[in-house]
Design a protein around this ligand. Structure first.
Ligand code: SF4
Length: 197
């Protein structure tokens, strides 16, 4: 059975796709690892019904925020994301997406309206301080232009009233984290620095 829903600690995560525009050096899907025992490789991408069916019955025992984050870029499966988010909002849950920020490139149009409506928190993985470094480590299919498009995506989400957060991992080094912080400050978007495990 494909796993569209998985649980880490007290949080529920939704795995919508295995497709990604990137091939990041640090991505755990590269080694086909499972996520704390749950296999997140799926044969078919889910519909909203598929996802809702797999949500635990005791939903209220978990954190109120449910996260779109799996082995791929969730915005590839935008229709399901939108429908599942509407369902979750109807039952008073909040939503977050962990995204690589390339949704507008993927869909060839500005989809930030839908993202902002569906996701209460939009966590954009900035990963690096320059387009060159991003492309070197994340290897977007869109090439060197991906980085600027990610920044544009974050700006558009913010303009539309979205709660946008950038994230980087501290392993990029103090100087690069400082550069990312400068960029984030300029855009008025908070930066979350994750500690590499
Ligand atoms: S953007 Fe995320 S899912 Fe895609 S390759 Fe990078 S770490 Fe993996």
């Amino acid at each position: 059975m494909d796993n569209y829903v998985y649980i880490l600690g007290n949080k529920i995560y939704i795995n919508l796709t295995n497709r990604c525009t990137n091939n990041c050096d640090f991505c755990i899907r590269r080694d086909h690892k499972d996520m704390d025992g749950t296999v997140l490789w799926i044969k078919e991408e889910p519909t909203a019904e598929d996802v809702i069916e797999q949500l635990p019955q005791n939903l209220d025992d978990f954190d109120n925020e449910i996260v779109f984050c799996g082995y791929g870029e969730p915005t590839y499966n935008l229709e399901t994301l939108d429908e599942v988010a509407s369902y979750l909002h109807c039952i008073d849950k909040t939503t977050r997406i962990n995204t690589n920020g390339q949704a507008n490139l993927i869909h060839g149009q500005d989809v930030t309206d839908l993202i902002v409506t569906s996701c209460d928190v939009i966590n954009v993985s900035l990963n690096e301080s320059t387009a060159q470094k991003y492309q070197q480590h994340c290897k977007s299919i869109y090439g060197i232009n991906a980085y600027d498009s990610i920044i544009e995506f974050a700006k558009l989400c913010k303009q539309r009233g979205g709660n946008v957060v950038f994230s980087v991992v501290d392993s990029i080094g103090e100087q690069d984290v400082a550069e990312c912080q400068k960029l984030a400050d300029k855009l008025g978007i908070p930066l979350r620095v994750r500690i590499k495990k």
